[in-house]
Design a protein around this ligand. Sequence first.
Ligand code: EPU
Length: 467
Amino acid sequence: MDMFVVQGGQPLAGRVGVSGAKNSALPIMAASLLADGPSVIWGVPDLADVRTLSQLLQTLGMNVLRGAAGEILLDVYDPKACVADYELVRRMRASICVLGPLLARRRFAVVSLPGGCAIGDRPVDLHLKGLRALGAEIRIERGYIIAKARKLRGASIYLGGPFGSTVTGTCNVMAAATLAAGVTTIEAAACEPEVVDFGTYLNGMGAKISGLGTPFVRIEGVDELIGTQHEIIPDRIEAATLILAAAITRGDVTLENVRLDHLTAVLEKLREIGVRIESTDDGVRIHTPIELRSADCFMLPHPGLPTDVQAQLMALLTTVPGISLVTDKVFPDRFMHVAEMARMGARIRREGPSAIVSGVPSLSGACVMASDLRASAALVLAALAAQGESVVRRIYHLDRGYDHLELKLNRLGGRITRVEDTPTNMPATLKASALERPADIDDADAEIRGPKWLTVTAPTKTKLATD
Ligand code: EPU
């Protein structure tokens, strides 16, 4: 297992490009199961999650080949395989995205239930509700979703849940509806740019989907879908993470390959905090004054502030004077990073789905543990801003969803080294033995006073009044 050793305190500066969106690439790759003939997807980021999904798709009878320019070619050779095994699904929840395409194209699917993770319970009831409405028979047995459908038929489906719509659920239902007989309407569909990208890919294969990017999506079923070429949109969450890295280090960074229209809420909030943002020909420049202002932030479904930026935004707010409130309305339990940031001197109090952040003048380097993808990124950002050296452990979470983040940050002047997580690689500055004894506490205070040995005699039994 690897960890990062980070030397903090250096403002980031320079220019760097953003990779393709993880949360577009994963459902789009899975949707290639629907196609007759090969598809080529451009701009697929180089991530552990993409490699896991490639493995899963191979077990589902698909050739997956990465080309020299980073493109991925996907081509089904065995349309009979229908089982997404627990061993692969447990490594990545987005594996659930094969359910809709398998059901629509192969009429039968056995997909392991993904289970919860560090950010919440993450049920899939809305996915199943939508697929059942299209006529699928679904049961849960031994931890697997077993779904079959001789014929899928268009239906009117409402996908709203207690925390808004569902991103991968909308993709699953949309994928299944493309090959259903008749018209499907989805109300309360997710509006995230990744869902729009997914629908655009399906339309490129011959699907007839309208209303993408609105809560009301209409799908007219077609008889077949044919493989196509598609370019993945830039990753708005990676872009936001790099913007926040510039802001937390009070740096001056220009990002290339950014869709500003996908980042409206994030940029608005950062302007409110005092970060200066200018659009450039192909991206955005962020330059950060020393003085920033606290702000209240509510994470909501798109076009609100994305939950996937909550932890990184909180990292910034820990360094901003005043009190900020951070509330996550999408994943109300996504706060595992709070205790780790506290190890770096952050002052944060958790209250249900909110965290109250009191800005501190500076964070101090410490050894911290990543719990999930975005929490890992937030801890790396906090470490870049902190005084002294930090270690971020369990960065396999980060590798799942960021395309070489530490190389991009280092290109901007960050000082991050990837090493194996062993006791010998732990920097000496972070060992307890490096902590100085306070000058006003005399060694003599710690000496043992009084008798070194105590004579122990057994207590005599006292008689109780009730005996
Ligand atoms: N929900 C239900 N029932 C369902 C599905 C979802 O109640 O059947 C609830 C969830 O528990 C949550 C809310 O609805 O409270 C939203 O969940 P959603 O289904 O939209 O999440 P997802 O599709 O599983 C995707 C991203 C996540 C991102 C969320 C929210 C992918 C592969 N994953 O997950 O990305 O946080 O949407 O925007 O697209 C990440 O990249 O770090 C990440 C976790």
